[in-house]
Design a protein around this ligand. Structure first.
Ligand SMILES: Cc1cc2nc3c(=O)[nH]c(=O)nc-3n(C[C@H](O)[C@H](O)[C@H](O)COP(=O)(O)OP(=O)(O)OC[C@H]3O[C@@H](n4cnc5c(N)ncnc54)[C@H](O)[C@@H]3O)c2cc1C
Length: 387
């Protein structure tokens, strides 16, 4: 047997799983098509990392090696409805140091990559592309396009939303496209943001302004396809003006720091993230609307949960045993389903409909804002995954 575990995909989910298994006896192979892009200007892919996942990254030795001059804490969140509704979350009111951290995707990716490259129980196969998958009772095998055969007791699909592993394993994925794109871009701003994340539920989509270090912000505008295409066609200075106006010019004049990028948005669910000698983690197991900023937060929790289950096994136990995989799937089912359905529901609630629905949703936001117990419970949930 070549490996105990073969992970396909060294994105944030796959690489963090490998890193979390550092202290174990498990022999790990990681198959990745391409290495991460080298460091450059500010990455337009940024994530709001919850404190629970910052703690996970710290536990696996990645957090302290990130360049903290490129990471911004979020102290407050202001959420605006489309008709005067407003919700405020503050770390001060909730007794926390910060609500989240805004971190570039590439920054985490490169750190995890360097870390697993040096890891004694990891063999990184890159560039490598799998061609076929075979599963037997006591092992699974992947044949690479270059003809190599790799055997393992467990295959982990961490290969993103279009997962090859999921497809070859015959695990059906249910896609519900939102007919929306997430337009992401970075801007400098003429007024300080004071570590406040802002979100507007607008008639033309959901716009988030997330603080970056210094007088900079990163935006995610989840907009219907036609609006997103229109935003992407704008010259950088016109896009900056449109984004500033959409946010009521709260941070003064915006200037584009690089080109915008657009990502199609969809909900993706699987009936079961595990099968014979196989488990899915990260976007291979679920895709979610970015309005709550939870995609990779869910992926990190998948990696942590699976790593904990595997690390707890005595040496004689088989990491590909279906009971082990089932207990991973059970542990992740509730949080994944809850976040998928709440973000899906919120997205639908704020679609342009009739004025009565609009009035009710804005009233709901204002009521929640006036009841600190409910508001603080929402903050605790966003941060720890528990009410
Ligand atoms: C607009 C937008 C905004 C978002 N904002 C947030 C946010 O604020 N917070 C948050 O938590 N999440 C956010 N997300 C979600 C987040 O981007 C994803 O959840 C996350 O990138 C998934 O990571 P992953 O490692 O599971 O998959 P991926 O990042 O897709 O990684 C998969 C890896 O597998 C490799 N691979 C794929 N196929 C193969 C193959 N056949 N062979 C070998 N290698 C392969 C790829 O090269 C890649 O390295 C957002 C998403 C969008 C679209």
């Amino acid at each position: 047997m070549d490996f105990d575990i073969l992970i396909v995909g060294a994105g944030l989910a796959g690489a963090s799983l490998a890193a979390a298994l550092r202290g174990t006896h498990l022999r790990i192979g990681v198959i990745e098509a391409r290495p991460p892009a080298p460091a450059g200007d500010w990455d337009a892919r940024i994530y709001a990392i919850s404190p629970v996942n910052a703690a996970f990254l710290e536990r696996i030795g990645a957090w302290e090696h990130l360049d903290h001059s490129r990471i911004a804490p979020v102290y407050d969140m202001q959420i605006h409805g489309d008709d005067g509704g407003r919700l405020d979350f503050s770390c001060y009111d909730s007794g926390l140091d910060e609500l989240a951290w805004i971190v570039e995707s590439g920054l985490m990716q490169r750190e995890l990559w360097e870390s697993i490259k040096r890891q004694h129980n990891v063999k990184l196969l890159c560039p490598a592309v799998p061609a076929s998958l075979a599963r037997e009772e006591d092992k699974a095998s992947i044949f690479l396009e270059d003809g190599r055969r790799l055997d393992a007791r467990l295959i982990v699909g961490a290969d993103g939303v279009q997962s090859w592993v999921r497809d070859k394993a015959g695990i059906e994925a249910h896609f519900s496209p939102y007919a929306e794109k997430g337009v992401v871009a970075n801007f400098s701003c003429s007024k300080p943001h004071h570590g406040v994340a802002r979100q507007w539920f607008r008639k033309d989509g959901i716009l988030a302004w997330l603080p970056l270090p210094g007088n900079r912000i990163s935006i995610v505008w989840s907009a219907p396809d036609a609006v997103a295409d229109e935003l992407m066609a704008l010259e950088p200075d016109l896009l900056a003006r449109r984004v500033a106006e959409a946010g009521g010019n709260q941070l003064g004049v915006l200037e584009a720091l690089g080109p915008a990028q657009a990502f199609p948005l969809r909900l993706m669910r699987v009936d079961d993230p595990v099968g014979a000698r196989l488990a899915l983690i990260g976007d291979a197991a679920h895709a979610i609307h970015p309005l709550s900023g939870h995609g990779i937060n869910l992926g990190y929790q998948d990696a942590m949960t699976l790593a904990d289950k595997l690390a707890a096994l005595p040496g004689w136990r088989d990491p590909g045993e279906i009971e082990v995989l089932r207990s991973y799937a059970r542990a992740r089912a509730e949080e994944t389903a809850l976040l998928q359905y709440t973000t899906h529901g919120l997205n639908h609630l704020f679609r342009p409909t009739n004025p009565i629905v609009s009035g009710l949703r804005n009233l709901g936001m204002n009521l929640t804002n006036r009841i600190p117990v409910v508001r603080n419970a929402l903050v605790r949930y966003a941060i720890s995954g528990k009410f």
